[in-house]
Design a protein around this ligand. Sequence first.
Ligand SMILES: [Zn+2]
Length: 318
Amino acid sequence: MTTFGTAEAAPGELATGRLEVGETRDGAAFGLPVAVINGAEDGKTLYVQAVSDGDELNGVGVLRRVVPRLDPAEISGTILVTAIVNYHAFQVARHRNPIDDTKMNRAYPGDSEGTSSERIAHATFEAASRADLIVDLHQGSTSRMIDEVRVRCGRRHRLHEECLELAKVFGAGYVLDQKGPDGQLARAGPDEGIPTIDPELGGSVGWDEASVQTGVDGLYNVLANYGFLPGDANYGDQTRAAGFDQYGAPRGGLVEFAADLGDRVQSGDPLFEVTTPFGERKAEVTAEENGILWRSRRLPQVATGEYVCSIGVDVDTY
Ligand SMILES: [Zn+2]
């Protein structure tokens, strides 16, 4: 029998339940929705979670499509799933947990007696620590972003190669290979000896079908490649960036882009212009380095200095 919260599954069974992590403001116990898929055959353990940031719904869009299609009789190993991590932020469709105004992905590995976010991080990290592989489904919040996978442990980490391999197998096409800030699950997992990736499934308000499909394909690739399911993973070479150049607006007004997400840009190429409401050009911004247009703001109106876009730089293929 494998248990996760109130979910209990014997070999060959799938069970759902709740992982209780405390009480809401009205004193009622609350729990995160969790699932256990206990394969009929032995194998590795995979931990997957979504909605670590409360406005990032593509990940739960992936899970609600993949989980019903998984037949435990065909699976070797165990899959532990937390469908909605940031319970309080999800309720109000915000990025951060409103109880402590904290970003969940800065709270790992968490603290069982800490703040609201630290307690949720601790409870989910306990489950993640039972696994051989961790997949933490994110997206570029409500901005516009390419589908990519982040490796956050840093190039000197002993698990860097294993994380990079997991990112390649996921097969989104793009990888950001850059050490992340403290408190990320994709930092805490490798520190426990568990290869971890942070797929960033585009950016959207609500669901984006193309990015959800990227996540479905990526999860099936992981399941096939690591022996949970029969068959082969289907992925190619990945375009890898080592960092970002961020561009802000030199003037206030309305932004019009000269390049699309995913476009290769050369140093000196136009990226965007800022105009008045009457279409008069106030500023043009060009690329300072070669790279790929990776992420951009969604709304066109900007104040001086406001974020406009990011270029992935130091690009190679692996
Ligand atoms: Zn996120």
